[in-house]
Design a protein around this ligand. Structure first.
Ligand code: IMP
Length: 193
């Protein structure tokens, strides 16, 4: 079964392909003739995931899914949330984003936070939403140099190391994206077929 995954990031595509299994052939938007940037300007993660999936489905008629992720910090009322990529600047600058987050949390004791991923799936015109969450804390300084984005600042609950200090496999086993993709895979493999 063919499914378009709304990403042109080869790394993400490979990772997600492994989880959904070989009954599904994942295609990129580009492979299906969508070369422009897909709009994602909604105020929520779910809204963005649905917006991207609908954009693709309306243009191709092919079943598809899209994801959106945010870091939600309790003491900041859920910020940066849907604006995680462009927290400090419009340009998606990871270093500036991490600096701004540490600045905003200066002197604040409650460091509780979560990463959350929303996935929107459209099959035969029906829409489904999946979610993956990992709770944790924001560290006081960067720890480790693996991963990407806010990884060096995120200490997942029950673990002594940051996401940036873990192997990709260890992170994937507990991460927001890993959980959301496994929920999607379970639906595709056990509920749908
Ligand atoms: P996206 O929806 O996967 O593109 O994620 C949006 C933004 O959230 C990214 O640009 C990163 O800043 C942040 N982010 C998403 N997933 C992760 C993660 O696993 N670790 C660290 N930061 C992440």
């Amino acid at each position: 079964m063919k499914l378009i995954f709304a990403t042109n990031n080869a790394h993400k595509l490979r990772e997600v392909s492994q989880v959904v299994g070989d009954r599904f052939t994942l295609l990129t938007p580009r492979e299906c003739g969508i070369t422009e940037d897909i709009p994602e300007d909604q105020p929520t993660l779910e809204g963005n995931a649905l917006q991207k999936a609908r954009y693709i489905y309306e243009r191709t008629g092919i079943d598809c899914f899209a994801d959106d992720t945010g870091l939600e910090v309790d003491a900041l009322g859920g910020e940066p949330g849907v604006r995680s990529a462009r927290y400090a600047t419009d340009g998606h600058d990871d270093e500036a984003n991490k600096r701004l987050l540490l600045q905003r949390l200066q002197g604040i004791e409650n460091r509780a936070a979560q990463f959350r991923t929303a996935i929107a799936l459209i099959i035969g015109g029906e829409e489904y939403l999946f979610e993956g969450v990992v709770r944790g804390e924001i560290s006081h300084e960067e720890l480790g140099d693996g991963g990407f984005g806010y990884d060096p600042l995120f200490l997942p609950e029950g673990r002594a190391e940051s996401f940036a200090q873990m192997s990709a496999e260890d992170k994937n086993a507990i991460s927001h994206r890993g959980r959301a993709v496994r929920a999607l895979a379970e639906f595709l493999n056990f509920e749908l077929l």
